[in-house]
Design a protein around this ligand. Structure first.
Ligand code: GAL
Ligand code: CA
Length: 342
């Protein structure tokens, strides 16, 4: 009996060990080489519908396709939290850091950490605003857009539509009375979009009057809804145009207008699926594709290269500008072409 028990025990152990090793699966040398690449990444706020809805899933898809690992954490809109997350990633020995800054004026803190740990760093979506930050380290790059282009494209679209629709000038004074939902103050995208969308009217010789402009650190639909409801109550019929620096806030504005039964021309940026639906329904006049999928692709492409000690853009179609940035182009999305972006 004792003997039988020990035989069973040995058998069980052998099976258990066999089970364990078979769970690891067959691994070849090539698998191991690529599996070794781990990217430590964050999104500044999982509550952001563009970053969390488009960029984050695309990062995972492209990482899967490249056969590498990416860990994405939520910085909950707190730069201190992100600083700690970077320390943890460094402690874990990740091969690359892919960081979406919370505070664009705090890039140097992150760059310094990466430099001290000698880990390549790719900043994405929110460009560093401190002068010289990108020169602190030879292994830091940026993936994003040329922020001003979204404003230029959106502005040109609005000018063309304004000229084609004389009835939009409700009070007939030849001036565009607008409200503007800005997004995060100090964010290069929010600042440049604000400046360049309005500048398009100046350049076209069309006078503008800003009735109100409101920042929103979360770029949120709720914020857009609240502000638009307030503006409709205070300005009513005087609002002739609603300029939104992203679609998320535009959705809120559209909702507030629906509740009041009013329609005012409204434009966004990002070209989220819901924006395309609003354009199809005639509830939104235009948006600008913020190509989050290709930004994610560029992050992974560069990440794989730098983790392998290669030139960041080797074997890719990306180009780096003078400040080590890959800039994915924006595209105008109108009632004429929106179906192409579905
Ligand atoms: C912008 C985008 C916004 C928001 C922001 C967050 O590029 O258009 O919707 O996601 O980034 O940093
Ligand atoms: Ca007017």
């Amino acid at each position: 009996m004792k003997r039988l028990l020990s035989v069973i025990l040995v058998l069980t152990m052998v099976l258990a060990i066999a089970g364990c090793s078979s769970e690891e699966g067959p691994s070849t040398t090539t698998d191991q080489a690529t599996e070794e690449i781990v990217i430590g990444a964050n999104i500044y706020n999982f509550g952001d519908n563009f970053m969390n809805g488009v960029v984050s899933p695309a990062l995972k898809e492209y990482a899967d396709a490249a056969g590498i690992k990416i860990n994405i954490v939520d910085s909950e809109n707190q730069q201190n939290k992100l600083n700690d997350q970077v320390d943890i990633f460094i402690g874990q020995g990740v091969d690359v850091l892919a960081i979406n800054l919370v505070d664009p004026a705090s890039a140097s803190t992150i760059i310094q950490k990466a430099k001290e740990a000698d880990i390549p760093l790719i900043l994405f979506n929110k460009e560093a605003t401190e002068a010289g930050a990108m020169d602190m380290y030879d292994k830091v790059w940026y993936v994003g857009t040329a922020s001003a282009d979204a404003g230029i494209i959106q502005g040109d679209m609005m000018v063309a539509d304004w000229k084609a629709n004389p009835s939009w000038d409700k009070n007939g004074d030849g001036t565009v009375q607008y409200v503007l939902l800005k997004g995060e103050p100090g964010h290069p995208d929010a600042e440049a979009r604000t400046e360049y969308s309005v500048k398009a009217f100046d350049d076209a010789g069309i006078p503008v009057e800003e009735l109100a402009m409101q920042p929103d650190p979360n770029w949120s639909t709720d914020g857009g809804n609240d502000k638009m409801a307030t503006w409709l109550a205070s300005f009513g019929d005087r609002i002739e145009l609603v300029i939104c620096n992203n679609d998320g806030m535009a959705f809120g504005a559209i909702n507030a207008m629906k509740e009041q039964g009013v329609t005012i021309p409204v434009y966004g940026v990002d070209a989220l699926e819901q924006a395309l639906n609003h354009i199809a329904e005639g509830e939104m006049n235009g948006t600008v594709l913020n190509d989050g999928k290709n930004q994610a692709k560029a992050v992974i492409d560069l990440g794989v290269n730098v983790a392998s000690g290669k030139d960041p853009i080797e074997g890719t179609d990306w180009t780096l500008d003078a400040v080590k940035a890959v800039r994915v182009p924006y595209v105008a999305v109108t009632p004429e072409n929106f179906a192409d972006f579905k």
